[in-house]
Design a protein around this ligand. Structure first.
Ligand code: UGA
Length: 449
């Protein structure tokens, strides 16, 4: 099928690339001409495992093309995926002006009827507004615009794998025709009939994801309800970690045993510096805002958000206790990205950690496998090292902020010899306390002794 993707950010690019790999012809457009020029030149503007490979293959097979002419892209596709940003406003409410702008473009530029699919994360009831906007901007013309909601559940760092091997594909529609179109679009994924770059054709056996057809309002709610629940789980684990510290229990033992119960599950119970990124922090706020706007108090989400914000304070309590005075100390920060396998630093806990260190007069030396250049634009005044061993050289303390595999595997025997003092404050619980103590480290983590 001929598909249009509007918005070449993270969601748009992964969606476009993977749908092209599934055999569709995809036309991508973005308001940012520089980004389109980059893509045309074969450069992928974000770091996401396997994405460049899938995109290059799609380009070579002429399955994907890029244009900064939105009208051209809109006219080319039978189905249009809206993948534009919905950033938070000051109030926490989602800013939907980009969706409104795209609705106007679709209504005025289309020459045939279209199915318009919301892929951006939007608050419930956006579909109703989108439908109204399309009708209003097309001024009662002949063309028909059906609206659908198809939220994405991709995780940064494993987005390509998640797209090809989803647990579920949710399509919120108004009628059977839209459902049939979306089922057709996702058929190769559901039937596992595509070239999988992640497993080179040998995908693990097991069931393919399920396609769940719902109403548009339900689909929109499913996305926010899922993300907020996961955020809630993380904050829950973090409070348990605080309790463990007071009581003398071990949070890893507690959350593991909790998670063995299939009703709970082990995932998203990792205690530490808390959640960051451009999804959980903004989605939880938008969900709180949406609930309040329809008269439903969602206090437990407010508590989850508060717990998350306090993680930085808890972390600094540990730093102060172990290091006493921060001023004038050389501190290594291991990890800048909000999580491993991405260069994304939006709402990354590491940025708050660096801000606090600088406020308190520390000399900061930071390292990250992917996120250095992005962080430099925010903190040009600190020193960056590609090599983690260079970062810890001469350091009075090392603070671990991201769960990168390279940090997990760091040779602390070697690192310890380079440091001025063997002190590690681990915001991601990467190491075994006993082993670190055996290596002579003063080692602190969350919820463990
Ligand atoms: C999240 C959801 O997991 C995806 O399903 C969703 O599609 C996406 O948001 C989105 O709305 O676009 P993502 O933001 O990429 O994905 O990252 P996660 O892997 O969910 O991690 C979020 C944060 O929680 C990270 O900072 C991570 O370090 C932290 N985290 C995660 C914990 O602190 N503890 C855990 O146990 C798990």
């Amino acid at each position: 099928m001929r598909l249009t993707v509007i918005g070449c950010g993270y969601v748009g690019l992964v969606t476009g690339a993977c749908l092209a790999a599934a055999g569709h012809e995809v036309f991508c457009t973005d308001i940012d001409e520089k980004r389109i020029a980059q893509l045309k030149a074969g450069k992928v503007p974000i770091y996401e495992e396997h994405l460049d490979e899938v995109l290059n293959r799609a380009v070579a097979e002429k399955k994907i093309s890029y244009t900064s002419d939105a009208g051209e892209a809109i006219r080319a596709g039978e189905v249009i995926f809206i993948c534009v940003g919905t950033p938070p406003k000051e109030s926490g409410e989602a800013d939907l002006s980009a969706i409104d702008h795209v609705a106007r473009q679709i209504a005025t530029e289309a020459r045939t009827s279209k199915l318009v699919v919301e892929k951006s994360t939007v608050p419930a009831l956006t579909g109703v507004q989108l439908q109204r906007a399309l009708a209003a901007y097309s001024r009662g013309g002949e063309l028909k615009f059906a609206v659908a909601s198809n939220p994405e559940f991709l995780r940064e760092g494993t987005a390509v794998e998640d797209f090809f091997h989803p647990d579920r594909i949710v399509v919120g529609v108004e009628g059977a025709e839209s459902a049939a179109k979306l089922r057709e679009i996702y058929r190769p994924i559901l039937e596992r009939n595509f070239h999988c770059p992640v497993h080179s054709g040998k995908c693990p056996s097991g069931t393919a994801g399920e396609l769940l057809v719902t109403t548009i309002n339900s689909a929109e709610l499913i996305k926010h309800a899922s993300n907020s629940f996961l955020a809630l789980k993380i904050s829950y684990a973090n409070v348990i970690a605080d309790l463990c510290e007071r009581i003398g229990a071990d949070v890893e033992e507690v959350t593991h045993a909790m998670g063995v119960d299939p009703r709970i599950g082990t995932q998203f119970l990792k205690a530490g510096l808390g959640f960051g990124g451009f999804c959980f922090p903004k989605d939880i706020q938008a969900f709180i805002h949406l609930s309040a706007s329809v008269g439903v108090e969602f206090d437990m989400l407010k508590a989850a958000e508060r717990v998350n914000k306090q993680r930085i304070d808890r972390f600094f309590d540990k730093v102060h206790k172990a290091l006493w005075v921060i001023k004038g100390k050389r501190i290594a920060v291991l990890g800048l990205a909000f999580k491993a396998n991405t260069d994304d630093i939006r709402f990354a806990p590491a940025l708050d950690v660096i801000r606090r260190l600088l406020e308190e007069g520390a000399e900061v030396h930071a390292t990250d496998p992917q996120a250095i250049s992005r962080t430099k634009t925010i903190y040009p005044q600190i020193t960056y090292h590609e090599d983690p061993y260079e970062a810890v050289k001469g350091a009075d303390a090392a603070l671990v902020c991201t769960e990168w595999q390279v940090f997990r595997k760091l040779d602390w025997e070697r690192a310890g010899k380079l440091m001025a003092r063997r002190l590690v404050i681990d915001g991601r619980n990467l190491y075994t306390p006993k082993k670190m103590q055996e290596l002579g480290f003063d080692y602190h983590s969350f919820g463990r002794h």
